[in-house]
Design a protein around this ligand. Sequence first.
Ligand code: SF4
Length: 61
Amino acid sequence: MKAYVNEDCIFCGLCADLCPAIFQLGDEQAFVSANEIPEEMWDCCREASEECPTEAIEIFE
Ligand code: SF4
């Protein structure tokens, strides 16, 4: 699985709260810190994607 934060991110910080091992906050938007998401992080990664208020997290299974 791979994940990507697109330009719709409003920098709310929710993804970094839900899945801090994968999502980090940059200067203007969140970013994904792992190129390939480890399997044990898939659930929290999907949760972050579902909860993101602007649907800015794209997941590629
Ligand atoms: S939850 Fe969505 S809008 Fe909020 S920081 Fe993460 S990617 Fe950006």
